[in-house]
Design a protein around this ligand. Structure first.
Ligand code: NAI
Ligand code: MG
Length: 364
């Protein structure tokens, strides 16, 4: 099997952390007789603007459309503060999300035992935590019409945001959640507020309907979103996959992120619709962090968020769950051995740079 992967390192530490993913790809290609990664590379963000005057070229977009998955580093930095708005570095990422129709945002909250003391919660609550928040990304209250601020006759102002969801939008996001649960621990919590919102009523109904074709092996629980926020703090390990709308997902994924320690540890994925021929979903994998201009180019960045994002690509795009487990285990072992980049440094641990961390993970 050949898997095609487009690497878009972007700017700042994106370049350095994607280099560590390339190290792992080279490793996999040299070890496996059955699976091969075919890698393409291109520019995005400020780097693309410097070379071509746009944040991503049409050629790079074509490659992204063709690839089985895209690995994205990070974009932006002070160097591009003055570029025209439509060409700002973020525009590259926004175009990728829009043109690939990446409606599902996956944010795992993983707590490696060695870092459990950096969590906002007690060690016993988060040690070994591994939950996945699936956030609907292209609909809901951030996009619904009308969306306006109007001045009333009495001079008062009235602001309106509108939450809109269609059956189709809820179907496709809940399918993503059930598909993911099958590659995990077979449990999905669907979070909404059907007690006060019509979108919540429809959400619950559609989730229940979609679940029918997964009922043999995946369990579905409905939970009110406010209770979900509370349960995440009370006992996070009760969850496997949480699927929710754009607004609740924004809040719940940030809440969950605080259980895991550093920004340099957080991977993410954005998925689109399945290809009608292959069933494979369009996918973009990226660390949650940005280009970190304050440490860029110095070999100081923590590559784990980007490497863990590659692990997600193995699991969710390439059906290489065993290899994904190897990546996760390697990360956990390297942390257990006491290796730390600056952002996760603790007393008594060994401080390493980006390349040393990447090499240590490869060795494990
Ligand atoms: P940032 O995530 O780049 O950095 C925040 C802080 O965390 C910095 O002190 C940085 O050194 C540290 N940090 C982040 N990732 C790290 C890693 N892997 N290892 C060690 N330390 C790490 O966010 P900030 O500073 O708000 O934004 C910097 C630039 O990145 C801006 O131009 C912003 O627009 C862009 N950005 C891009 C994103 C993307 O490409 N998806 C996301 C967020 C910000
Ligand atoms: Mg947020």
């Amino acid at each position: 099997t050949t898997h095609s992967l487009l690497l878009l390192p972007g700017d700042g530490i994106g370049v350095e952390t994607i280099a560590e993913v390339e190290r792992l790809i080279t490793f996999f290609n040299s070890k496996s007789n059955t699976v091969r990664f075919h890698v393409e590379r291109d520019l995005v963000g400020g780097a693309a603007y410097d070379a071509h005057g746009v944040a991503i070229t049409n050629e790079a977009m074509d490659k992204a459309q063709q690839a089985d998955a895209v690995m994205f580093g990070a974009v932006g930095g002070p160097k591009w503060a003055g570029v025209p708005y439509q060409h700002r570095p973020e525009a590259g990422l926004l175009r990728l999300r829009k043109d690939l129709d990446l409606f599902a945002n996956l944010r795992p909250a993983i707590c490696y035992p060695a870092l459990a003391d950096a969590s906002s919660l007690k060690r016993e609550l988060v040690e070994g935590l591994d939950i996945m928040i699936v956030r609907e990304l292209t609909g809901g209250v951030y996009f619904g019409e009308p969306k306006e601020i109007v001045t009333l006759e009495n001079g008062e102002k009235r602001a309106v945001d509108t939450q809109v969801y269609t059956t189709h939008e809820i179907e496709r996001i809940t399918k993503v959640a059930f598909d993911l649960a099958r590659k995990r621990r077979n449990l999905v919590h669907s979070a909404e507020k059907n007690n006060v919102m019509r979108t919540g009523v429809l959400w619950k109904q559609v989730a229940t309907d979609v679940h029918k074709s997964y009922a043999l092996d995946v369990k579905l629980e409905h939970i009110l979103a406010d209770n979900c926020a509370m349960q995440l703090i009370r006992n996070p390990k009760q969850f496997d996959v949480i699927v929710t709308d754009n607004l609740f997902g924004d809040v719940l994924s940030d809440e969950a992120a605080m259980m895991t320690g550093s920004l340099g540890m957080l991977p993410s994925a954005s998925l689109g619709a399945p290809d009608p021929k292959t069933g494979r979903r369009k996918a973009l994998y990226e660390p949650v962090h940005g280009s970190a201009p304050d440490i860029a180019g110095q070999g100081l960045a923590n590559p784990i968020a980007t490497i863990a994002s590659f692990g997600m690509a193995l699991r969710y795009s390439f059906d290489m769950g065993k290899e994904a487990d190897l990546v996760d285990t390697a990360i956990a072992r390297v942390l257990d051995k006491g290796l730390r980049t600056g952002d996760i440094m603790q007393p008594g641990m060994t401080k390493v740079g980006t390349g040393e961390m990447g090499k240590a993970i490869e060795a494990e």
